[in-house]
Design a protein around this ligand. Structure first.
Ligand code: GLN
Length: 534
């Protein structure tokens, strides 16, 4: 029987519940357990795939093709475990299932209600992860205690207490202890109120993790324990980190989180070894070199929009004992100021994925700059498509070349809608999604990076390179270094005469981990370091 850890949050959002859940995942994995992680999102969208990155940040894609919450990216990066579509449920999805059952008559004439029908469906989603090989399921409930949408989820996890033995379930609550500058004091009241709210619903947290800016005193820990009815040994501090979010698990282990969880789950003493993780942190703290990478995109203002890209760049830096400084460049600004002005200091340029025409011309100018000046370039998904447009326009002289996504009537359609997409009418979950194999061409930079002849990467797109253009591109020095195994889809391309110019149709950033940086990001940053401008 699997055990269950539930993570809720209070006081404010953006406390880092996802990172905390991921850190608990790593800790439990390293005490020898098989862990599965999951996020329950209270919003009504069926998945975040249809939401703007400005609203929701990055959409994280799993191997099995689910468009999910970006917290799953943290889960994968910390634990090294691959998530599936069972790792993310939304209210929209839960209600869709309930309503479909009702339409099929499966409730046999009963009135369909939040309790028990919706809560049963939520509990089934949680239990769905508890397969025979899994020791612990960690379920993070999105949102903040007190949100109206969150209530059915909290009610479901409250009921769970009666479905499994008491020692098989832990409620973890993450709150904030703010420092009030004017008073020169840290305040526990918001935490007390948040736990009070949770207890009104019927959930008594077993573990409190308290986000702080400054160290928490022993007195304060005792006070929180007393007012929140939580064992003082179960009150943990999660202080703002100095260098990297990957410090969190170590911070928690230093306070005995591993032992506490093991004991609480009735597991007896367990040893934890985080030495490889600590070495990785050492590399982050003591970089020997630096590379400046410009990420040129449309959603630059928001830190979360290209989350996995930024993380993958940081991982690549770790593998070179280098600090990667990311310069977030707004592609629309490139249209106004020109590439030279904004990119002159960059050792490497990356154009990430995206949708829609806004900012496209800026991305194309940035790519032209990278190609002509020999600056290492990595193009991802839309980044590859823009590289194809740039090459067609400026090398092959097809001045009006474009993707039919942006100019449906273009005379030179270098990027076109995929055949399988032509009949698609629904927006949600209908792109080419999930992991596909890619055959890597011999003697290419792509193959050199992967070190094998097959890659297995995740996709999220509707458009593809137009095969009718292949010959022209090849004759002018473009190599199609990655193809689908049947040879029909261009999955990657690179320039023959350039220090490092590689583009992929997939999203390799989703598979990069701090202990196992993605080879393409590693080689991209390696090339940036090699050609560094001093
Ligand atoms: N908009 C492009 C497409 O649908 C690229 C998608 C992406 O970058 N993820 O093909």
């Amino acid at each position: 029987m699997a055990k269950f850890v539930f993570v809720t949050g209070g006081v404010v959002s953006s406390l880092g519940k996802g990172i905390t859940s991921a850190a608990l995942g790593l800790i439990l994995k390293r005490v020898g357990l098989n862990v599965a992680l999951q996020k329950l999102d209270p919003y009504l969208n069926v998945d975040p795939g249809t939401m703007s990155p400005f609203q929701h940040g990055e959409v994280f894609v799993t191997d099995d093709g689910a468009e999910t919450d970006l917290d799953l990216g943290h889960y994968e990066r910390y634990t090294g475990i691959s998530c599936s579509r069972k790792s993310n449920y939304t209210s929209g999805q839960i209600y869709e299932t309930v309503i479909a059952k009702e339409r099929r008559g499966e409730y046999l004439g009963h009135t369909v209600q939040v309790i028990p029908h919706v809560t049963d469906e939520i509990k089934a989603a949680i239990r769905g992860l508890a397969t025979r090989d899994i020791d612990v399921v960690i379920t993070e409930v999105g949102g903040t205690v007190g949100d109206i949408e969150g209530l059915p989820f909290l009610e479901a996890i409250r009921q769970f207490r009666f479905d499994v033995p008491a020692e098989d379930i832990i409620y973890v609550h993450l709150t904030l202890v703010p420092y009030i500058r004017a008073a020169g004091e840290m305040k526990t009241k918001p935490t007390q109120q948040s736990v009070g709210r949770l207890r009104e619903i019927g959930i008594q947290p077993d573990v409190l993790i308290v986000r702080t800016e400054r160290p928490m005193s022993e007195d304060m820990r005792r006070k929180i324990s007393l007012f929140c009815n939580v064992d003082p040994h179960a009150v943990f501090e999660e202080r703002d980190v100095e260098h990297s979010i990957y410090e969190i698990p170590v911070q928690l282990v230093k306070q005995g989180m591993d032992g506490h969880l093991a004991k609480r789950l009735g597991l007896g003493p367990r040893r934890i070894d985080l030495s490889d993780w600590e070495r990785m942190l050492e590399n982050i703290r003591n970089p020997e070199r630096e590379a400046k990478i410009a990420v040129v995109g449309k959603y630059i203002r928001l830190q979360d929009s290209y989350k996995s890209i930024y993380e993958a760049l940081a991982h690549a830096g770790i593998s070179h004992k280098a600090k990667v400084t990311v310069d977030r460049v707004d592609s629309e600004q490139v249209e106004k100021d020109g590439a030279e002005k904004l990119l002159a200091a960059a050792d490497g340029i990356l154009v990430p994925g995206g949708f829609g025409a806004r900012g496209i011309e800026g991305k194309i100018s940035a790519i032209r700059y990278a190609r002509e000046k020999g600056v290492p370039f990595l193009g991802i998904c839309l980044g590859m498509q823009c590289a194809a447009i740039e090459f067609a326009r400026n090398v092959l002289g097809m001045k009006k070349a474009n993707s039919t996504e942006f100019d449906p009537k273009t005379k030179h359609p270098v990027i076109v809608l995929m055949d399988e997409q032509r009949r698609v009418v629904k927006m949600g979950g209908t792109m080419r999604l999930g992991a596909y194999q890619c055959a890597l061409g011999a003697g290419t930079k792509l193959r050199a990076a992967y070190g094998t002849d097959r890659a297995y990467e995740r996709h999220r797109h509707r458009y593809e390179f137009n095969n009718a253009m292949r010959r022209k591109f090849e004759r002018a020095g473009m190599i199609f270094s990655g193809l689908s195994p049947d040879g029909k889809l261009v999955e990657a391309m690179e320039l023959k005469h350039h220090p490092w110019f590689v583009c992929v149709q997939s999203h390799p950033e989703f598979k990069s981990r701090p202990l196992d940086p993605h080879p393409l990001f590693r080689d991209f940053v390696g090339a940036a370091l090699a050609g560094r401008k001093g």
